[in-house]
Ligand binder design. Structure first.
Ligand SMILES: *Cc1c(COP(=O)(O)O)cnc(C)c1O
Length: 374
């Protein structure tokens, strides 16, 4: 991935040992014979797709899930030869390319199979397309709606030399909640679908991170391990993970400008912050164009273990914080991570701006270089 911004001290520091720990610990908890496919969509949740994939394989992952075909092609181009499942619906015109590259497709309707056949026969006559049938048991996003439609599609799928029936799966919408009623409703729909299946394909999978952490009895023989692999709790703060998740992402920068702001003077667009007394203010080279949300005005960063308030509007490329006293330019500033015993988690940042850590992690832009530890 192209990165710019290497001549500026703003960076995401990714601890590969943390990713290794999270995946290896989860893998060790799984029933024997259960595969772990690491979900590396959206540039590995912002952590870097190929670096995460490399660590994941070392930690015991035997395959990958991505959201779109381009992400799968990136892994193939980087030399990964493990199974890769594209979780979203790919346009049928690319079925031949997927077959040729041994990339598995998610299919949610019989129409798709019909529309994809010509492309496979033309582009990949000797290598069938591996298909995972997606079942909509209550997520309401993609997948078969009724067992009858599934049964008909399985008949068509297994009769055609263009396809190999490799997997079947569903996705839960509330596996990360203490209230399990909706989860159980989805389980019973899943069972109704599975009852019409003449034989089970190689991979039967239902678990995202939350399902595998809190409902592992229903795992099937493969899990799609995503956010927890990056050390983030899928439930936010609602449920406690069965083992310590180690966050892999740290966001840091350095002070590039320091001044004493005189009482009565204001800061940033709209002059929304006015100093009540003389105070020390640092300018940081990061802004909303880097994925550090403008809504974080009033939140804080860490300087030398002190929580320092973000004052005034966050600009596209810069923002200001109030210091307890003067610090020199070049002083490290921690926006996410630990500093002298104090911590700001991605969860804290997400809570402040009313979103989830998933959105923030994948929202840091290409202008922020990823630097790898361990
Ligand atoms: C993104 C995704 C996952 C991974 O979810 P996490 O909550 O990050 O573990 C699993 N399955 C599907 C279908 C997904 O879209």
């Amino acid at each position: 991935m192209t990165t710019i911004g290497t001549h500026r001290p703003t960076q995401l520091v990714i601890d590969q040992a943390a990713i290794y720990h999270n995946i290896a610990t989860e893998k060790a908890r799984l029933a024997k014979g259960t595969d772990l496919f690491m979900v590396v969509k959206a540039n590995g949740y912002g952590h870097g797709i190929t670096q995460v994939a490399t660590t994941a394989v070392k930690a015991g992952a035997t395959g990958f899930c991505v959201a779109i075909l381009d992400e799968a092609l990136t892994l193939r181009a980087a030399g990964f030869n493990q199974p890769i499942l594209v979780l979203g619906i790919t346009e049928p015109q690319y079925a031949g390319l997927m077959a040729q590259k041994h990339i598995s497709a998610t299919v949610g309707s019989q129409d798709w199979l019909e529309a994809a056949t010509t492309s496979i026969e033309t582009v990949s006559p000797d290598q069938p397309l591996n298909v995972h049938l997606g079942l909509d048991t209550g997520m309401g996003r993609i997948g078969f709606q009724e067992p009858e439609a599934l049964a008909a599609a399985v008949t068509a799928l297994t009769a055609s030399p263009a396809f190999n029936f490799e997997g079947i799966f569903t996705h839960f919408s509330k596996a990360d909640s203490a209230d399990t009623a909706y989860f159980e409703k989805q389980i019973s729909r899943w069972q109704a679908f599975m009852a019409v299946l003449p034989e089970r394909p190689r991979y039967v999978h239902v678990s995202n991170s939350a399902t595998s952490l809190w409902h592992d009895a229903c795992n099937g023989n493969m899990i799609r391990f995503g956010v927890a692999g990056y050390g983030l709790n899928p439930s936010g703060t609602e449920l406690t993970a069965p083992f310590e998740l180690q966050p892999a992402m740290r966001l840091e920068t350095k002070i590039v400008f320091v001044k004493q702001l005189k009482a009565g003077n204001s800061v940033s667009y709209g002059a929304t912050y006015t100093a009540q007394q003389d105070e020390w203010v640092a300018t940081l080279p990061i802004g909303y164009a880097d994925g550090y949300e403008r809504r974080l005005q009033g939140f804080h960063v860490l300087v030398d273990g002190h929580y320092c308030e973000i004052i005034g509007r966050i600009c596209m490329d810069q923002m200001m914080v109030r210091l307890p006293h003067e610090y020199p330019t070049g002083t490290t500033v921690t926006l996410v991570g630990n500093d002298h015993g104090a911590t700001i988690t991605l969860q804290d940042v997400a809570d402040y701006c009313g979103t989830i850590h998933y959105e923030l992690a994948c929202g840091f832009t290409t202008r922020v270089p990823r630097v790898y530890l361990n």
